[in-house]
Write a protein that binds this ligand. Sequence first.
Ligand SMILES: [Cu+2]
Length: 459
Amino acid sequence: MLNLKRRQFLAGASAAALLPKPALSLEMTEVLEAKSGAVSLVSSDYPDTQIWGYNGGVPGPEIRIPQGEWLQRRLLNSLAEPTTIHWHGIRINNAMDGVPRVTQDAVQPGDEFTYNFEVPDAGTYWYHSHFNTTEQISRGLYGALIVEEPNAPEVDHDITVVVDDWRLSQDAQIDPDFSQIHDWSHAGRLGNFLKATLTPTLTEVKQNQRLRLRFICVATDRVMTLAMLGMEGKVVALDGMPLDVPTPAELLTLGPAQRADVIVDVTAAQGEQAIIGFIGREDNIALASFDISGQASLARRPEIAPLPANPIQRLTSLSGAQIAPLNMEGGAMGGLQSGTYKGKQMTTEELVQNGQIWTLNGVAGLPETPLAEVALGETLRIPIINNTAFAHAMHMHGAHFQEVLPDGSFGPLRDTILIERQETREIAFTASNPGDWVFHCHMLSHQAAGMITWIKVTS
Ligand SMILES: [Cu+2]
């Protein structure tokens, strides 16, 4: 008989951990089906709006997953055109990044593709189509992706606020003209109906309750200025990444694709309202309002603390960095004379005939050679010169960057930077994720009309 001591045996439940894990079966994988649907977008006084959405709704299902876990979703394409999903802001395995012709073939109608990747950073992210993007996102192909901290701050309500800008007809249908050169050459496809979708729905709060509001600007082109009335608090994260020092949440400016996590305490009293408002040039619009139903406590809660940091490398110095300037040109009032498109030198007229009106370093559309090729561990600096009459929201795939501020310090980690007209701003990051990563304007009309390039990170 073997002489084994008790402690060499595992109890039943722990012993099961030694069994081989079953291969993940596709049948068990949750599905995101890109399909058409009808939703009550405006109000019950209007007809339902025909949309394209994941599982037929808009926004698509909110995905919540603990930090460090693997996310698996099976995309089924029930549209009449190809599609893909990009997981915006996730430091992802390149093959899962969802960019057609760069990281995968577009998923054809009737076909499917399984995305499977780890989510290393907690925060507020989103997923959306990356094919025929202006139209597919305008029609509703997006959803929130929330990666939860193991030790999330205590709040009474954790609410995702997805803000979109729809261009609708009188009968609440989406304007089907997605390639108006006037839009493309100006500020993009701006809508006429703003809508915030809150998940979960919230209509009533109490004074001194604490809310975490996860704002996601999914508008194709509109920059949103938002205000919180009857609430006071701090911005604790931008583009998913926690701020070392939270900043007062007053006016919040979000370019297309940008996010902000805000923690606020309700200061409005019974009989008043707390409001999330859009600050417009002419009108301010209440996107959401909460009735106050009493008081949660007599006093405000303790000071709002920073969120736990993510395991992401940050800049320490710029010494030895490669510099790849990015010059933006074109658009209305831009004086663009010529540019290269698909390897051919073209006049502005010829570019416009090809639906192109913006250039990055003289090239419209995805160039054959990358803006820069960097090795793992190498730091890349990109001074971005906006030589145009419009703002642009530049989005880097697969990495968060930091802005190099005029005093030489580094700004917060972001994946999208809003650059005003005629402004020059510099971003930098240390390459840590190998692959071919696109870097493009997230004003999707601008992207479609030329503003896209890419960076190669070699392993
Ligand atoms: Cu742009």
